[in-house]
Design a protein around this ligand. Structure first.
Ligand code: S3P
Length: 182
């Protein structure tokens, strides 16, 4: 079974996904890590040297491959923040596993993204003063795709432990209701 974690930069997809995978003894993969490993370039360098369109095309290739691949073990897939925001990519996600949107509001995202902006090309040129507006604007545009997830966890008031437990219970429910599909 494939479990896709989707959501805005800084919502905790990788950190929490890794923890859930460890607790359940299943595999974890991160689309950004696959892209950096395969291209031998950091995300920042890909954006600078090849441009955003090239990065999006690498993302599309990766998600298509993941969607098609038969994994022997259950796997949690952390997806880059912009990856699901493309019709075909969200379709692959929806058709090949359980998708979970880790939803956070703009103010919390801003607090989390303020430091280490330079590693994230999408917001690296935004001033601290404009960060809230930029996040809000992008979040509004992307929500249309994020909200297509099978499950949405509103994480604003939740501790990491609560979010992890919720992800685990969603996985368990999905498994018991879809024994024929997985
Ligand atoms: C991006 C999010 C990043 C990374 C790239 C672009 C985006 O991943 O894929 O910098 O467009 O939101 P995280 O969501 O893991 O930060």
């Amino acid at each position: 079974m494939k479990v896709y974690l989707i959501g805005f930069m800084g919502c905790g997809k990788s950190t929490l996904g890794q923890k859930v995978a460890k607790i359940l003894g299943i595999d974890f993969i991160d689309t950004d890590k696959i892209i950096t490993k395969e291209s031998n370039l950091s995300i920042k360098s890909i954006f600078e040297e090849l441009g955003e369109a090239a990065f999006r095309s690498l993302e599309a290739d990766i998600i298509n491959k993941i969607g098609e691949k038969v994994y022997t073990k259950d796997v949690i897939i952390s997806t880059g923040g912009g990856l699901p925001c493309e019709e075909n990519n969200i379709k692959v996600i929806k058709n090949t596993g359980l998708s979970i949107y880790l939803k956070l509001n703009t103010d919390i995202l801003e607090r989390r993204l303020k430091y280490g902006k330079d590693k994230r090309p999408i917001i690296s040129l935004t001033t601290d003063e404009n960060l809230n507006y930029t996040i809000n604007d992008l979040l509004q545009k992307r929500s249309y795709y994020y909200e297509k997830a099978d499950e949405i966890i509103i994480c604003n008031q939740m501790s990491d432990k609560e979010i992890i437990d919720k992800i685990i219970s969603l996985i368990e429910n999905y498994k018991s209701n879809n024994t024929n599909k997985i």
